[in-house]
Design a protein around this ligand. Structure first.
Ligand SMILES: NC(=O)c1ccc[n+]([C@@H]2O[C@H](COP(=O)([O-])OP(=O)(O)OC[C@H]3O[C@@H](n4cnc5c(N)ncnc54)[C@H](OP(=O)(O)O)[C@@H]3O)[C@@H](O)[C@H]2O)c1
Length: 278
């Protein structure tokens, strides 16, 4: 099988299909409606369940190098290309401003992604998705990151957030959504507020605290998971979720599965797509 292709396994095994365009072919533009957004997320995870490890040299957590790869990254960007808004964390914004983040906001315009912004324009989307930053502390360098760019910046926080920090974000051109009482953002109130703001497809690209926020409110419609065929071990790690156990152990059903055999660009991986049951 050519390295440009992957093997469909489920719902039925089939002929190899091109990796390039795999998630664009999911037609997420058909999903979501005004006031009822479609919410999706995507992670690359090791066989032992890690999405991030502490990097010993910096003490910061980040995606483990052995499991990140260009093939998964292409699909991550294809999902971003279909979003009206991406959701990131306050921590990520701090790392972006400090120059220590793993990457810039998607959609990438770099080599290998030249087709994605034209694809958005062709399909009537804004040139880039809006960025929604979730933060309780509001200790975020909003003006340094958004600095007069053409990307819409929104901050979601609780009603008790620091008014001076809210004023500073608004003075820098940001929009602040005070979604619910308290300082922490409730997932249901967040998605409702973003739906009311007109976003139809919301791509959650933050880590385990934000994912837990959305899942606890039962507002995640689809989860894309790249299962990398590597084991990482370690104890200073992040897994998909933080927080208290879910009393009802939410169920996701497998929608599709592909096998990406080992090659020059990856150790071998499965691309899985899970949906919230109807
Ligand atoms: N392997 C993968 O595919 C993958 C994908 C995504 C992320 N990651 C990794 O996961 C790790 C953690 O990511 P992350 O820090 O971006 O995400 P996170 O752990 O989900 O978010 C943490 C930060 O987001 C804010 N936050 C989260 N939920 C909130 C809520 N309900 N209300 C108010 N604020 C809330 C807080 O910001 P404030 O402190 O500003 O209040 C908090 O510090 C990173 O190492 C990242 O690289 C891996």
């Amino acid at each position: 099988m050519s390295e440009t292709h992957i093997l469909p396994l489920y719902p039925r095994p089939g002929d190899p299909e091109p990796l390039h365009g795999l998630y664009l072919r999911h037609h997420l533009l058909d999903r979501g409606a005004t006031g009822h957004p479609f919410v999706y997320s995507n992670y690359v995870v090791s066989l032992d369940g890690r999405i991030a490890i502490e990097h010993a040299d910096t003490g910061r957590y980040g995606p483990p190098q052995p499991i990140t790869n260009a093939r998964d990254w292409r699909l991550f960007q294809e999902l971003a290309a279909q979003a009206d808004a991406i959701v990131v964390s306050g921590r990520y914004l701090r790392e972006l401003a400090a120059g220590t983040a793993q990457s810039a906001f998607p959609v990438s315009t770099g080599p290998g992604f030249e087709d994605l912004l034209p694809w958005r324009v062709e399909h009537g989307l804004s040139p880039q998705p809006a960025v929604v930053v979730i933060s309780g502390s509001l200790n975020i360098p909003f003006e340094r990151v958004f600095d007069g760019g053409d990307r819409q910046g929104i901050v979601a926080t609780g009603a008790d957030a620091d008014p001076e920090r809210i004023a500073a974000i608004e003075a820098a051109g940001g929009r602040v959504l005070r979604t619910n009482p308290g300082r922490e953002v409730n997932g249901g109130a967040l998605i409702d507020a973003l739906g009311d703001a007109g976003f139809r497809r919301i791509y959650v690209i933050a880590g385990p605290v934000v994912l837990e926020t959305v899942l606890r409110a039962d507002r995640l419609d689809r989860l894309y998971l790249t299962h990398s065929h590597r084991l990482l071990g370690g104890t200073k790690v992040d897994t998909l979720l933080e927080g208290a156990p879910f009393p009802d152990a939410p169920l996701l059903t497998m929608r599709q599965l592909w096998y990406d055999p080992p090659g020059a660009e990856s150790p071998g991986q499965l691309f899985a797509c899970y949906d919230k049951p109807e």
